[in-house]
Write a protein that binds this ligand. Structure first.
Ligand code: NAD
Ligand code: TYD
Length: 339
């Protein structure tokens, strides 16, 4: 296939591009704005492959999108602002990218008559106490992140319904694995644990997430792209659920850090209690997750331990400033007070 992958320099997008180029031989153009979360070095191992092209630009920029779409026979859109905490403190970019950006991409796909896959999230369904969401569950998002993602999903659906665009939606549960920006729970806790920094657990730590290893999600998106029915949404959920505090304790064990680093902090406003996805529809397409959480977490800890050069520039840059704004103290402070 000849793919335009938007947001391909981020965490999941780069894992997806690697699979498509190395395992499927696809020609891929990546369009990415390179926000704080996007890095061209995430794609270093495919950059010299035939058919690979990188375009720096926003999905809301029609000229950049027109250039990047040249020659593509499908668009897969990962481009997004993805951190719920940032969406609470600074929602503007979420609205611009998810609403305007998705619109510009849909128009480009429509004018060229090509297939379009929107990468979305379980968070559009909101929180669920028992059981799991299916694709026909109502959308009930609760944060500016999930609300703008849900808005984008509705717009995608309307382009299929109104214009007959071959549009599909793929909704994933919480991803973890290599190349995830360390503002998210798992990489944040791994890097803090490796450095002897505090491990900030929001509220009582009993919020539950449905974890999926990133390569499993990327493969699920590929399945939806190749075999999904236009106009349909597909849930792609992980095989295991875990409460945040269990995840943090497991990371403490795997890194050999001290349990004393765990610190309960003020809860996130409007914090969703539990996410859970039923994925029968994507399983019926022939997809199933391969990596159980225990195994994937061990691999992920090993990856961060072995890839200092990947995270060192991030930990000393924007992410550190964000952490300080969020928690009102520097990353190393806890360590100093313990000494
Ligand atoms: P990420 O934050 O790691 O990467 C996002 C990428 O999009 C970055 O490369 C960034 O530079 C790029 N980007 C942001 N705004 C852009 C714009 N306006 N134009 C072009 N590029 C832009 O995110 P991720 O975790 O890889 O998530 C990718 C997608 O998967 C998102 O749509 C997200 O909603 C969805 N998703 C994520 C998870 C998860 O647990 N991380 C779970 C389910 C679904
Ligand atoms: P996160 O990785 O931000 O993903 P999402 O909010 O999209 O599910 O957070 C996962 C869970 O971990 C969520 O319940 C919030 C919680 N959390 C903490 O307890 N401490 C932290 O420092 C972070 C970043 C998240």
């Amino acid at each position: 296939m000849k793919l335009l992958v938007c947001g391909g320099a981020g965490f999941i997008g780069s894992n997806f591009v690697r699979q498509r180029v190395l395992e499927h031989g696809d020609a891929v153009t990546v369009l990415d704005k390179l926000t704080y979360a996007g890095r061209e070095e995430n794609l270093r191992d495919v950059a010299d492959r035939d058919g690979y092209r990188f375009v720096r630009g926003g999905i809301e920029d029609a000229a950049a999108v027109a250039d990047a779409t040249e020659g593509a026979n499908a668009v897969v859109n990962f481009a997004a602002e993805t951190h719920v905490d940032r969406s609470i403190s600074e929602p503007d970019a979420f609205i611009r990218t998810h609403a305007m950006g998705t619109f510009v991409l849909l128009e480009a796909a429509r004018s060229r008559g090509i297939r379009y896959v929107q990468v979305s999230t379980d968070e559009v369904y909101g929180s669920i106490e028992d059981g799991s969401f299916t694709e026909s569950s109502p959308l009930a998002p609760s944060s500016p992140y999930s609300a703008t993602k849900a808005g984008a999903d509705l717009l995608v659906g309307s382009y299929h319904h109104t214009y007959g665009l071959e549009a599909l939606i793929c909704r994933g549960s919480n991803n973890y694995g290599p190349y995830q920006y360390p503002e998210k729970l798992i990489p944040l806790m791994i890097l803090n644990a490796l450095h002897g920094d505090a491990l900030p657990v929001y509220g009582d730590g009993m919020q539950v997430r449905n974890w999926i290893y990133v390569e499993d999600f990327a493969r699920g998106i590929g399945h939806v792209l190749e075999h999904g029915v236009p106009g349909h949404a597909y849930n792609v959920g992980g095989p295991d659920e875990a409460a945040n505090i269990e995840v943090v304790r497991r990371i403490v064990e795997l890194t050999g850090a001290s349990e004393g680093l765990i610190e309960y902090v003020t809860d996130r406003p409007g914090h969703d209690r539990r996410y859970s996805l039923g994925s029968e529809k994507s399983r019926a397409l022939g997809w199933s997750p391969q990596v159980r959480f225990d195994d994937g977490l061990e691999r992920t800890v090993a990856w961060y331990r072995d890839n200092h050069e990947w995270w060192e520039p991030i930990r000393s840059g924007d992410y550190r400033a964000y952490y300080e704004r969020q928690y009102g103290r520097a990353l190393g402070e806890r360590l100093e007070t313990l000494d």
